[in-house]
Design a protein around this ligand. Structure first.
Ligand code: T5A
Ligand code: NA
Length: 216
């Protein structure tokens, strides 16, 4: 008797600007999928718990200094640390929800304005990581973001940096090979945004085939 092949889980990434509500929506999506009896996991980047993650955390808090290229490669290494376990979980049928991924990685570093750190350069260490089946981009206007409270004390939480990050994110969305990106209007109440997210995720979970990797 032939055994049914286990249907693999989906890799679902949630991206967007600071305060767009990524972590809130990841949490809600995670609970909704569990309630529907799907095997699900929720991870986030940076993962501040690993030795590399601790260096990133210290840098973001302004407690240590690192060159733009070095910190960039640490953010990427922090994803490579779990790349295999993401692949393994997906193969076991677990849908993995990821709070920020390679898109944040490339955009934030390129937004620093270092002439030797272009968006193209910033993308290269991401090449080969598991390719998301779906990337939900939570879009929010600067006015809506401002209503959600002031920026904290972490590096990158300044108006000028956020404006450059927004422009670079928008330029990534225009790239033709980024067809897995779904733009969500995140400037609405939490529950409305959550409803809009669930449908494309369930659709994506039905249609997964072999897992790809991020391309140049
Ligand atoms: N970074 C990250 C890099 O430079 N390179 C990388 O490779 C990666 C992965 C830390 C920094 O690191 C940079 C990007 C960041 O600058 P982080 O730890 O993900 O990254 O950042 P956080 O500060 O945790 O997350 P954000 O500020 O981006 O916030 P979220 O997750 O988008 O928003 P959330 O859900 O925490 O909500 C923010 C506030 O808004 C409210 C919430 O209650 C909360 O108070 N809110 C809403 N209010 C009204 N309506 C809604 N719909 C709301 N949704 C949430
Ligand atoms: Na967050």
């Amino acid at each position: 008797m032939a055994h049914d092949k286990i249907k693999r889980g989906a890799l679902v990434v949630v991206e967007g600007l600071d305060r767009a509500g990524k972590s809130s929506q990841c949490e809600l999506l995670y609970r909704s999928l569990l309630d529907m009896n799907y095997k699900t996991e929720y991870i986030r980047f940076p993962d501040r718990s690993t030795p590399i993650g601790k260096q990133i955390d210290s840098y973001l808090r302004g407690q240590s200094q690192l060159g733009d290229h070095s910190i960039h490669l640490l953010f990427s290494a922090n994803r490579w640390e779990v790349a295999q376990s993401i692949q393994d979980d997906i193969a076991k049928g677990i849908t993995v929800i990821v709070d920020r991924y390679s898109y944040s990685g490339a955009v934030y570093s390129a937004a620093k304005g270092n002439p030797n750190l272009s968006l193209h350069w910033a993308w290269q260490p991401e090449v080969g990581l598991p390719r998301p089946d779906l990337c939900l981009f939570l879009s929010i206007s600067p006015e809506e973001a401002a209503k959600r409270g002031g920026y904290g004390v972490e590096r990158y939480e300044t108006d000028s940096m956020q404006k450059r990050v927004r422009d670079l994110f928008l330029s990534l969305l225009d790239l033709p090979h980024n067809d897995e990106i779904c733009v969500i209007d995140a400037g609405r109440p939490v529950d409305e945004v959550a409803q809009d997210i669930l449908e494309p995720v369930l659709e994506c979970m039905k249609n997964v085939d072999s897992i790809g990797s991020l391309k140049k």
